[in-house]
Design a protein around this ligand. Structure first.
Ligand SMILES: NC(=O)c1ccc[n+]([C@@H]2O[C@H](COP(=O)([O-])OP(=O)(O)OC[C@H]3O[C@@H](n4cnc5c(N)ncnc54)[C@H](O)[C@@H]3O)[C@@H](O)[C@H]2O)c1
Length: 251
């Protein structure tokens, strides 16, 4: 029996990187997943890895109307949604903060913060109505608490997610809704070049391990395994936690 057998999840940004890994890891534990992404090609590719349990839904996390359609589709298809993973994220390319344009700032906050706000607003009412609790997992970042030069407003957006995770956990705990964040270290996903300002090559990855006690950058399954744990009943009394999955980088 899988650790998420009988559960239903929405995973955003599931057409690539962590979101794709989280979706396939959830399905491997018996969870049905609505694979959500603005990128149709990536989202469909994720869904194809397990057509029995994964189905793709195109949506933009920054649009309330898309969230309504997503919840409508999930309720119609599955009758409930136990787990919401707010994973979709974006960043401008690492650079001097005074060079970040207003458009880049706005997009970063729209996807990384407004997307989580809209997702929670869309998902929470049905979780309260069902009276069976539920789980929200937000993908934040090590930069939420240990920011470094060049990604100031990206890290600030993750700081907002870090803080909202605790606020949501305290507000919805009485409904048995657990809210936690995972804070990953830099990982070789689609965003690697934006975060580091370098191409994703084995040589460039080596440049980011000097301050990581465990001596490597992140891997997608470091994060997907942590998400399976957080979503499962093994974490049933854990809420309001921002879990660093970073080989010790934040120590
Ligand atoms: N990779 C890292 O080093 C790292 C480290 C810490 C945190 N994160 C966070 O992990 C999360 C996943 O990113 P990733 O590293 O897998 O990058 P990625 O680029 O591989 O995946 C991000 C996905 O989000 C989707 N997306 C972007 N804007 C969207 C929107 N408006 N609506 C719907 N989908 C949208 C993209 O199409 C893409 O498929 C992000 O929140 C990111 O900030 C990544």
């Amino acid at each position: 029996m899988g650790r998420l057998e009988g559960k239903v999840a929405i995973v955003t940004g599931a057409g690539s990187g962590f979101g794709a890994g989280i979706s396939t890891a959830f399905a491997a534990e018996g969870c049905r997943v609505l694979v959500c992404d603005i990128n149709e090609v990536g989202g469909k590719a994720t869904a194809k890895t397990n057509p029995l349990l994964l189905s793709f839904h195109k949506m933009d996390v920054t649009k309330a109307v898309d969230w309504k359609a997503t919840m409508d589709m999930a309720m119609q298809q599955f009758g409930k949604v136990d787990i919401l993973v707010n994973n979709a994220g974006t960043s401008y390319r690492n650079k001097q903060t005074v060079e970040v344009t207003e458009e880049e700032f706005q997009k970063t906050f729209d996807v990384n913060v407004k997307g989580v706000y809209l997702g929670c607003n869309a998902w929470i009412p049905q979780a309260i109505d069902r009276k069976e609790g539920g789980v929200i997992i937000n993908i934040a970042s090590v930069g939420a608490t240990r920011p470094r030069p060049g990604l100031v407003w990206y890290n600030a957006s993750k700081g907002a997610v870090w803080n909202a995770t605790k606020g949501l956990a305290s507000e919805y705990g009485p409904h048995q809704i657990r809210v936690n964040s995972i804070c990953p270290l830099v990982t070789g996903t689609g965003l690697f070049s934006h975060f580091t300002g370098m191409e994703d090559t084995p040589e460039n990855r080596q440049k980011f391990i000097f301050n990581v006690p465990m001596g490597r950058i992140g891997e997608v399954d470091d994060v997907s395994s942590a998400c399976v744990f957080m979503a499962s009943s093994e974490a049933k009394f854990i809420t309001g936690v921002n879990l660093e999955v970073d080989g010790g980088r934040c120590i």
